[in-house]
Design a protein around this ligand. Structure first.
Ligand SMILES: Cc1cc2nc3c(=O)[nH]c(=O)nc-3n(C[C@H](O)[C@H](O)[C@H](O)COP(=O)(O)OP(=O)(O)OC[C@H]3O[C@@H](n4cnc5c(N)ncnc54)[C@H](O)[C@@H]3O)c2cc1C
Length: 455
C-alpha cells in the first residue's frame, strides 16, 4: 500500500500533497473547510483585494519558485512597487524610516546618540554563557541595548509573530541571529563575514505576492489535486492498529474510517494534539502547550484625497513602548495598495490594519464599531487622516499565529523523538520551524522528499 493521507489543506499540507502525488504516491488530502489555504485567504469585494491572512512573503525561497514553476504560476508573481522601500516605525508619535544602510544607521533619528553608541559596541559584547533558552528581548538588550530592542526588534517581532519579545525564544524565532552570535561572537561581525562566506547567487530581499493574491497558490494546488482534495471533511482521530493507521473523518455528520500506513498531519498544533491523542499522549500534551495569539484585521479603503502625506513605504509598525506611552491600539498598518498593484479601485487607497496579538489577547471581544474606532483614532493621530474610510472590512483570526515561546525547541524535539517510535506518522505546519508562508513551503517540500525517498 503506497497511500498517504494528508490532514489539513493549508499551505503546508497542500505542498506536501502536491509533491507526493508528483512523485507517484497515491495521496488524499482532507480539509475541514470548504476552501483550500487555511490562514491564506484572499477575498475580492467592491474592487478591493483583501488578504485576510498573510499579505506577502519574502522572495528568498528556492522551494517557492520550484513550486510556482511546477504549478505554472511563476509569471503571476508580483513584487513590491518601487518607492516602497521605507519601513516606518513610530517614535514619539512620528513615522521614522528604519535605516537600511550603514550611513542611515548614523543619521537616523530612530535612536538617540546614546542608543547608537551602545549599538556600535555590539561586536565587543561577550557571548551568552547561560544554558537556558534566552528570550528575544534579553538577547537583543544584552547585545545591542534597550533602544535597539524597543525601536527595531520589538516592532519586527510584532510584524512577524504579533508576539511579545520577552516571552519568545531567540533560538526558535530567529535561529540565524542566534547562530551569528554562536559562530562569530557578534551579529555585526557575523553579518560582515557570513556574507563573504555565502555561496550561490544572491537573492534580492523583496516581498512577493500574486496578481490575484496569495490564494493563487492554494487554489492552483487544489485544482491540480482534483478529487484527491476532499473539502469540508474534518478528521477527528488517528489510531494505530498494527502497522496501519485508522483515520476517522466526519463529513456532513457522517463518520468514515480509512486505513493507511502513512499519515501527514498538517493542522494547527492544538488540533494535531486532539487527533493524535490516541497514539501518543506525550506528544499531544506538548502540542497543546504551543500558544497562539489572536489578530483582528481592520481593512480600510480611503479616498486618495483623504490622504495628505506621501505614502512612500510599506506601512508602519508601532513598538510596544509607544503603545504604552501613547495608548495606540494598532500593531501596525500595511499600505496594501501602495506596495502591490491591483489592491484597490483607482481613486482609493487600501490599508490592512492589524490589532491584538500578544499585546491584547482580548481583542476579539470588541465589537466591530469599537475595532473601527480604535483603528481610525490611530490612523488620525499617525497619518492625519480626518475623513472616514469609504470601505471597511473586519476579519477576526482567533488563533492566528503560533508563538515560539521559551522552551519551544525542546518541546518540538520531544515531539520528534516520540514520533521516531511511530513510523509512518509525520507532522507539518507553521508551529514547528517557521511561520512564514515561504518557510512553510520550504519545510513541506523537504518533508515530501523525505516521505518519497524514505530519507
Ligand atoms: C493574520 C495573519 C497574517 C500573516 N501574515 C503573514 C505574512 O505577511 N507573511 C507570511 O509569510 N506569513 C504570514 N502569516 C503566517 C502564514 O500565513 C501561516 O503561518 C501559514 O499560512 C500557515 O500554513 P499551515 O498550512 O502551516 O497552517 P494553516 O494555514 O493553519 O492550515 C491548517 C489547515 O488545517 C485545517 N484543519 C484544521 N483542523 C482540521 C481537521 N480536524 N481536519 C482537517 N483539516 C483541518 C484548517 O482548516 C487549515 O486549512 C500570517 C498569518 C496570519 C493568521
Amino acid at each position: 500500500m503506497n497511500k498517504v493521507l494528508i490532514i489539513g489543506g493549508g499551505i503546508s499540507g497542500l505542498t506536501v500533497a502536491y509533491w507526493l502525488q508528483k512523485n507517484g504516491l497515491d495521496v488524499t488530502l482532507f480539509e475541514k473547510d470548504m476552501r483550500p489555504g487555511g490562514s491564506i485567504r484572499t477575498e475580492k469585494e467592491e474592487g478591493y483585494l483583501i488578504e485576510c491572512g498573510p499579505n506577502s512573503t519574502l522572495d528568498i525561497y528556492k522551494e517557492v519558485d520550484d513550486l510556482c514553476n511546477e504549478l505554472g504560476i511563476i509569471n503571476e508573481k508580483i513584487f513590491t512597487n518601487s518607492g516602497t522601500k521605507n519601513r516606518y516605525v513610530i517614535r514619539d508619535g512620528r513615522l521614522r524610516p528604519l535605516p537600511t544602510g550603514p550611513f542611515q544607521f548614523l543619521t537616523t533619528d530612530l535612536w538617540s546618540i546614546k542608543g547608537k553608541i551602545r549599538l556600535f559596541g555590539e561586536p565587543f559584547v561577550s557571548k551568552y554563557s547561560g544554558t537556558s533558552d534566552e528570550s528575544i528581548a534579553d538577547f537583543v538588550r544584552r547585545r545591542a541595548g534597550q533602544e535597539f530592542l524597543d525601536y527595531a526588534i520589538d516592532p519586527f517581532v510584532t510584524g512577524v509573530f504579533a508576539g511579545d519579545p520577552t516571552r519568545l525564544s531567540i533560538k526558535s524565532c530567529f535561529p540565524k541571529m542566534y547562530s551569528l552570535e554562536k559562530e562569530y561572537g557578534s551579529l555585526v561581525k557575523g553579518a560582515m563575514f557570513g556574507r563573504k562566506k555565502k555561496e550561490g547567487p544572491k537573492r534580492k530581499m523583496r516581498l512577493v505576492s500574486f496578481r490575484d493574491g496569495l490564494q493563487t497558490i492554494p487554489d492552483t494546488i487544489s485544482k491540480a489535486l482534483g478529487d484527491r482534495f476532499i473539502k469540508g471533511c474534518s478528521i477527528t482521530s488517528v489510531k494505530r492498529t498494527g502497522d496501519e493507521f485508522e483515520v476517522t473523518s466526519e463529513k456532513n455528520r457522517v463518520s468514515m474510517t480509512f486505513r493507511t500506513n502513512k499519515v501527514v498531519i498538517a493542522t494547527p498544533a492544538w488540533v494535531t494534539a486532539n487527533i493524535i491523542h490516541p497514539i501518543s499522549e506525550l506528544a499531544a500534551s506538548y502540542l497543546m502547550d504551543i500558544e497562539y495569539i489572536p489578530v483582528a484585521i481592520v481593512f480600510t479603503g480611503f479616498n486618495k484625497k483623504s490622504i495628505t502625506r506621501n505614502l512612500d513605504g510599506f506601512g508602519f509598525l508601532i513598538p510596544s513602548k509607544e503603545s504604552k506611552l501613547r495608548g495606540y491600539n494598532l500593531l501596525g498598518s500595511i499600505w496594501s495598495s501602495v506596495i502591490f498593484q491591483g489592491r484597490a479601485p483607482e481613486d482609493m487607497v487600501a490599508f490592512t490594519n492589524m490589532l491584538g496579538g500578544a499585546r491584547d489577547t482580548e481583542i476579539l471581544e470588541y465589537k466591530d464599531p469599537e475595532l473601527i474606532d480604535m483603528t481610525l483614532k490611530d490612523l488620525k493621530n499617525i497619518l492625519n487622516i480626518e475623513d472616514k474610510p469609504e470601505f471597511i472590512r473586519i476579519i477576526r483570526q482567533p488563533r492566528a499565529i503560533p508563538q515560539y515561546t521559551l522552551g519551544h525547541q525542546e518541546r518540538i524535539n520531544t515531539i520528534k523523538m516520540e514520533l521516531i517510535n511511530i513510523p509512518g506518522l509525520y507532522l507539518a505546519g507553521n508551529y514547528i520551524n517557521g511561520v512564514s508562508v515561504g518557510h512553510c513551503i520550504a519545510e513541506a517540500t523537504k518533508l515530501a522528499k523525505k516521505i518519497s525517498t524514505g530519507y
